[in-house]
Design a protein around this ligand. Structure first.
Ligand SMILES: [Zn+2]
Length: 57
């Protein structure tokens, strides 16, 4: 498996981590703040959902 390293990633230092909770199975984990703009996939149950609708405060 090739190591897919994005060369632009190192300069992107403004990201913070946001905690989300899977609406399907209740698993909680952290995503980067830019992932709130897109769908994320739960590693536990494989459900995909909008990260910003499932933020945990
Ligand atoms: Zn899940």
């Amino acid at each position: 498996m090739a190591d897919q390293h994005c060369p632009g990633f190192e300069s992107n230092k403004t990201l913070s981590e946001v905690k989300v909770k899977c609406p399907e199975c209740g698993k909680e984990w952290a995503v980067f703040s830019d992932e709130l703009e897109k769908k994320v996939k739960c590693s536990a149950c494989k459900a995909s959902f909008d990260a910003k609708t499932c933020k945990v405060n």
